[in-house]
Design a protein around this ligand. Structure first.
Ligand SMILES: [Zn+2]
Length: 211
């Protein structure tokens, strides 16, 4: 790969649950490229405005300048032809079109580094990350530490009542959990509890299953 570096692009994917350091790892790789005087551009879905509108900021507060985009096709529109390395954070919010965009960029000779959640709040593969993992040259799966028991954590546990796929938040709304402590039904149960407008039939069904 070293020999053909200047005319071949590739895709690197960094996955893991929340609190596993994905953004930090992305920023680390982008900084190494900047130190080597490579041209770097960073993109982040506009949906993720937790900390700063113009920077990728990981939970540790380490920041790097980024462009906000609302869909994957904007990356190609905003790319400078001279850019050699492209970082994309929170890839799971850009949906299936990200696969095609990342492929185009890699075929143009760019190094594309994508970070994102590989599973959602129910523990299901989070589109488009599984496809990106399949087509990438290099993949890194990071683990967090279970906030309950200290074991290696692969899951993102939602602590608040919501059944929406995307609920952006950090402190207090999510926890990293291991396989054993993860409870896919927690967000669902909480939203059932908070919904006092259950029908009598639903209440009966809940009682008969012992929940
Ligand atoms: Zn645990």
């Amino acid at each position: 790969m070293d020999i053909v570096k200047h005319n071949m692009g590739w895709i690197e994917v960094i996955v893991g649950p929340m609190f596993s350091g994905k953004s930090e790892e992305l920023i680390r790789r982008l900084r190494r490229a900047e130190i080597a005087r490579q041209r770097v551009q960073i993109f982040k879905p506009a949906i993720d405005e937790r900390y700063s509108a113009t920077e990728i900021v990981s939970h540790s507060g380490l920041g790097i300048r980024s462009d906000n985009i609302s869909k994957a096709s904007e990356i190609l529109e905003k790319i400078d032809p001279r850019t050699e390395v492209i970082g994309i954070d929170e890839g799971q919010f850009l949906g299936e079109p990200l696969v095609e965009e990342a492929t185009k960029l890699a075929n143009m000779g760019k190094r594309v580094i994508i970070a994102g959640l590989d599973t959602d709040y129910l523990g299901r593969p989070f589109v488009p990350m599984p496809t990106l993992l399949a087509i990438a040259e290099e993949i890194t799966k990071l683990l967090a530490i279970c906030m309950r028991c200290g074991n290696p954590a692969v899951h993102t546990q939602r602590l608040v009542a919501s059944e929406d796929l995307i609920v952006v938040g950090a402190g207090g709304m999510y926890e990293a959990r291991c396989r054993r402590c993860f409870d896919a039904n927690l967000a669902h149960e909480k939203s059932m509890q908070s919904e006092s407008k259950q029908t009598p039939a639903q209440r009966l069904a809940a009682r008969s299953t012992g929940s």
